[in-house]
Design a protein. Structure first.
Length: 412
């Protein structure tokens, strides 16, 4: 995948290599100063376990920034260094973490979309630089930016691009893409736009296994078309007709979903096709491809391993709108008391914690969350959470257990 600036507009532009050795050396120094944690690295090298007094903390073997996130952040910082005197914009958030997005904004990179929108695409010109985030962006929006003649720094994750390739193929084969994901998520929107292919393709987004069962029942028996379209309003392609566009389907997914759920979506849809068409036609009318990102799977596997160890509670650190982090919290909740926290400030006291409730979709307050006696506490974080936030959370946790930062650093 190219790391160069992408030419755009009707006139070919000179490509600019953002990843020259001198630029990347300066970027690495700047990024490390913002996001690195010596304490976390020491604990990792020591096997991911630290004990001070009667408090033991276990870190998952894999957590925090993945390669795709690191690359996106590096390119954003590099763009600022290379284009010192030009206006820089970004489409939405580069990743789903408020701390990182605040740092990106502090570089003078302004937002083109979302609730923090600071400029409009109509304001852009050929001298402006636009960063596409790690999630990618919808084709129509990207075309609008190209039409303004802007230079584009595309930080889209390679795993996301693999999904795009898959759904384009589905469209070319007249297969509807059934996408397991969140219809409102930036990545799913970007993928959905590619599922249209040359304009004749279709997609349907399913979030839950209950959604999947509803679709499977329609595949088997048909049903009330209007009720179907109302149920999936905002989650299907324009002109989608379940009586026509569920004949041949291919399953894809938002890369940060739980692997087990995506595999179950695939299994149920395939079985519905078999039940309707018979096994001899299943290969023709159903297709799938593994598009869960490796980093997401590594973090889920590492947490699964951590959860096999007896612990009193689990802290999951990350942005509340981060899909992959939310799934880590879901996994924890199945096994033990789990608190999904934005950062260290949410650990208010030993008797009060502010955390995100996945079911109510809001931050809530819980009391008497921290054990008073000997305790084993697990910590993990999503792929968009920097190590400095994990360190701050760890320090605060030990403080609430009566252990100072100095004592913690000596033990690390």
């Amino acid at each position: 995948m190219s790391t160069n600036l992408i030419s755009s507009g009707t006139t070919a532009r000179q490509k600019v290599n953002l990843r020259t050795p001198d630029v990347m050396a300066a970027v690495q120094q700047q990024v490390e100063s913002h996001y690195r944690s010596d304490i976390i690295e020491k604990i990792r090298r020591a096997g991911g376990i630290i004990s001070v007094g009667d408090t033991t903390v276990r870190l998952a073997k894999q957590f925090g920034f993945c390669y795709g996130v690191e690359r996106a952040i590096d390119l954003a910082y590099a763009a600022r260094k290379v284009f010192k005197d030009r206006r820089l914009f970004i489409v939405g958030e580069i990743i789903h973490n408020p701390e990182v997005n605040h740092q990106i904004a502090s570089l003078g990179i302004k937002n083109l979309t979302g609730k923090n929108k600071e400029a409009d695409i109509s304001d852009l010109g050929p001298e402006d630089v636009v960063i596409v985030p790690a999630f990618g962006t919808e084709l129509s929006l990207q075309q609008q930016i190209k039409d303004r003649g802007c230079q584009i720094v595309d930080t889209t994750c390679g795993d996301v691009m693999s999904v795009w390739k898959r759904v384009r193929k589905y469209a070319s084969e007249s297969a509807t893409s059934i996408i397991h994901g969140k219809a409102e998520h930036e990545e799913t929107k970007a993928t959905s736009s590619r599922a249209l292919g040359d304009g004749s393709g279709h997609y349907l987004v399913v979030l839950t296994l209950a959604d999947t069962d509803y679709v499977c029942d329609y595949i088997r028996h048909g049903g009330d078309k209007q009720a179907f379209l109302e149920k999936f309003e905002g989650a299907h392609s324009p002109g989608f007709d379940p009586d026509v566009h569920l004949k041949t389907v291919g399953v894809a997914n938002q890369t940060t979903m739980l692997r087990g759920e995506t595999e179950e979506v695939q299994r149920r849809v395939r079985q519905a096709i078999i039940d309707r068409d018979g096994p001899e036609l299943a290969g023709k009318n159903f297709r799938f491809f593994d598009t869960i990102c490796g980093a997401t799977q590594e973090r889920q596997d590492a947490l699964r391993e951590l959860l096999d160890v007896p612990m009193d509670l689990l802290l999951v650190v990350g942005g509340y709108n981060s899909s992959n982090t939310s799934h880590l919290a879901e996994m924890g909740e199945e096994k033990l008391p789990t608190y999904f926290v934005l950062n260290a400030s949410r650990l208010v006291s030993a008797t009060e914690i502010k955390h995100y409730n996945l079911h109510e979709k809001r931050e809530v307050v819980s009391h008497f969350w921290l054990p008073s006696g000997p305790a084993v506490i697990g910590i993990t974080a999503g792929a968009s959470c920097p190590n400095n936030l994990i360190e701050e959370t760890l320090i605060r946790l030990f403080e609430l257990r009566g252990i100072s930062q100095q004592e913690l650093e000596l033990a690390a």
